[in-house]
Structures are given as structure tokens and as C-alpha cells.
Design a protein around this ligand. Structure first.
Ligand code: AMP
Ligand code: MN
Ligand code: MN
Ligand code: MN
Length: 296
């Protein structure tokens, strides 16, 4: 059984619709895929409708959290998406993403980068008009990769990574912070909604909103109910992966591995990292908010 527990579709910052992500996952030889768009489950229904026979979809999402200046991405699985407090927080996060994207575009324009708000919204698949935050009318999520693509189109960076390095990474001229849940509260909230979670790509190094997750914080998250650590991730070298596997073992957490595929943006890498079946079983065992979906 081949399992990939982290992938994005065009409802957040991936480049392909949910059905196409599922199709590619099956084509890559996977049996189980978690769709983990940023701060939304709005792609799950379309992904579920596209499942080939025998293929399993794990409903999930990736929540960008903060704790004392450190950015923490939390993979949440099998929670009840109608949990009122969680649903309200997700709404707030998505609305603030739109407000923040708009002010990032302003900052970039003031810095001489000719990015258009309409084009950013088009790339994100969100409506540009109206007085409210863009995206409020739909369920799509606007993120920095959409702005990065517009920066590349405007000729101010050669590619998306360069757009982050030069313009929109933490501390760069176009960067604007956004509302985020505290990482410990996020773990508790996902657990309260019947879900389970794993810390995504914790890396090692400096703890910034775009940086690594301190070991001490992962330990605190474990006490708050964290279920796993994504040790195997394309951004981790073998030493980092081995370090986090060791931490997971010591804290008695599941070890996960995943591609974090964003479609074209990351070169279609579904299945390039995997989660072992016994680790998957261990991770999802406590979940009560939803169940994996297998097509007959
Ligand atoms: P946001 O959630 O809007 O803050 O944007 C963060 C997303 O940008 C991440 O989920 C990645 O998909 C992408 N990202 C972050 N840093 C980089 C980078 N240095 N190069 C390319 N993509 C990045
Ligand atoms: Mn992303
Ligand atoms: Mn992430
Ligand atoms: Mn991701």
C-alpha cells in the first residue's frame, strides 16, 4: 500500500483541480492520498467524486499556525469540518488571507513591481470585486504562490522561489503577516473536532514565520495531542529526516512522509515520499470526526 499524506489542489495554491490531483495520484501508483489544501476542505467533495475503484482519499487540510514567532504548518486529518469553532476560525483565516494578499499587492506596486490585483485573484480562482475580502464569496484560498506567479509574469523575478527570496518571503519588501492560530491551540481545536494532526516539514534551523519549528515546540505540541511528525518531506535532507524520525520515536508519535505536491509549481511530485502503512494506521486511529473515503 502506497500512501502520500500531503498534497494541494487549485482550491488553495496547487495548480490542478482536486479531480486531477486524484487522477495523478492513482497514475503515480498511490493507493491512499490525503488532500491537504491550505485552510479549507472545499476540494474534498470533488476529489471524492473522482476516486478510481479501490483508491482511498483522506480528507485533510494544512493549517498555517504561529507560536512565539515560529511558523508551524499543521496537517489536520479526519476532523469534523462543521465543528463550529474550527469552521469560524477557518473563515477568519481565509478572509484575512484575502485582505493580506491585497496589501501585499499594494506594497509590491509601491516598490515598482507591476502586479495587478485582478490577475492575482484570477490565478487564485477568487472573485476580485466587491467591498468584502476577495474570496469571501467563494471557498478558494488565496496565498503567496499566486502573488509569486504574478510577480514572475510581471518580469520582477525569474521563477517562484526567486519571487519569495526577493519580494514576498518573511522580511522581504512585499511581505505582510496574516492572522494565524497559535500552534498549540490549533492542535487542541483539531482534536476537539475529532481530527488528528501531524506537524508538517518541521525542518531545522532558524524559527521565523517562514522557518523551522523548534524542537521544544514540537514537544509541547505532543503534549497538546499531536499525533505525528512529517519527517520525510522533499525539503528535508536525510539528516533532518533522520533527526525527526528519532524525535517521533522518542515522543511516541507516528512518522509520516509526503510529497507536499503543488502540481506544476513543485514539478508534479506526488508519491515522491511515502508514509508506511503501520504509521498511517497509528496516526489515524484516534480520529472520530470523519473517515477515509474509499471508492468501490
Ligand atoms: P502563504 O500560505 O500564503 O503564506 O504561502 C505559503 C506557501 O508558499 C507555502 O505553502 C508554499 O506553498 C509556498 N512557499 C513558501 N515559501 C516558498 C519558497 N521559498 N519558494 C517557493 N514557494 C514557497
Ligand atoms: Mn502551499
Ligand atoms: Mn507547508
Ligand atoms: Mn503543503
Amino acid at each position: 500500500m502506497r500512501i502520500d499524506l500531503h498534497a494541494h489542489s487549485s482550491v488553495s495554491d496547487g495548480t490542478e483541480p482536486p479531480a486531477e490531483v486524484v487522477r495523478r495520484a492513482a497514475e503515480a501508483g498511490l493507493d491512499v492520498l490525503a488532500l491537504t489544501d491550505h485552510d479549507t476542505v472545499s476540494g474534498i467533495a470533488a476529489a471524492a467524486a473522482a476516486l478510481p475503484a479501490g483508491f482511498t482519499l483522506v480528507p485533510g487540510m494544512e493549517l498555517s499556525c504561529l507560536h512565539e514567532g515560529a511558523g508551524v504548518h499543521l496537517l489536520a486529518y479526519l476532523f469534523d469540518p462543521a465543528h463550529p469553532e474550527l469552521e469560524a476560525e477557518l473563515r477568519r483565516i481565509r478572509d484575512d488571507r484575502a485582505i493580506r494578499a491585497r496589501s501585499m499587492v499594494e506594497r509590491l506596486r509601491n516598490a515598482g513591481v507591476a502586479v495587478g490585483w485582478e490577475r492575482v485573484c484570477e490565478l487564485a480562482g477568487v472573485p476580485a470585486g466587491g467591498d468584502g475580502p476577495a474570496g469571501a464569496a467563494g471557498e478558494s484560498v488565496i496565498g503567496r504562490p499566486h502573488i509569486a506567479r504574478a510577480i514572475v509574469e510581471a518580469g520582477a523575478a525569474a521563477d517562484v522561489p526567486e519571487a519569495f527570496d526577493t519580494w514576498i518571503g518573511f522580511g522581504r519588501p512585499g511581505y505582510v503577516a496574516r492572522y494565524a492560530l497559535d500552534a498549540l491551540r490549533a492542535v487542541e481545536l483539531v482534536r476537539a473536532a475529532g481530527g488528528v494532526c501531524a506537524v508538517a516539514h518541521p525542518a531545522r534551523g532558524e524559527a521565523t514565520p517562514d522557518g523551522a519549528v523548534p524542537l521544544a515546540l514540537v514537544e509541547q505540541m505532543a503534549e497538546a495531542g499531536l499525533g505525528g511528525i512529517e519527517a520525510d518531506h522533499p525539503a528535508h535532507d536525510e539528516e533532518e529526516a533522520a533527526f525527526w524520525r528519532g524525535v517521533a520515536k522518542r515522543l511516541e508519535l507516528a512518522v509520516t512522509g509526503s510529497s507536499d505536491d503543488h502540481g506544476e509549481l513543485t514539478g508534479h511530485r506526488l508519491g515522491c515520499r511515502e508514509t508506511a502503512p503501520e504509521e498511517y494506521a497509528r496516526l489515524i486511529r484516534p480520529a472520530t470526526g470523519a473517515a477515509p473515503i474509499t471508492a468501490e
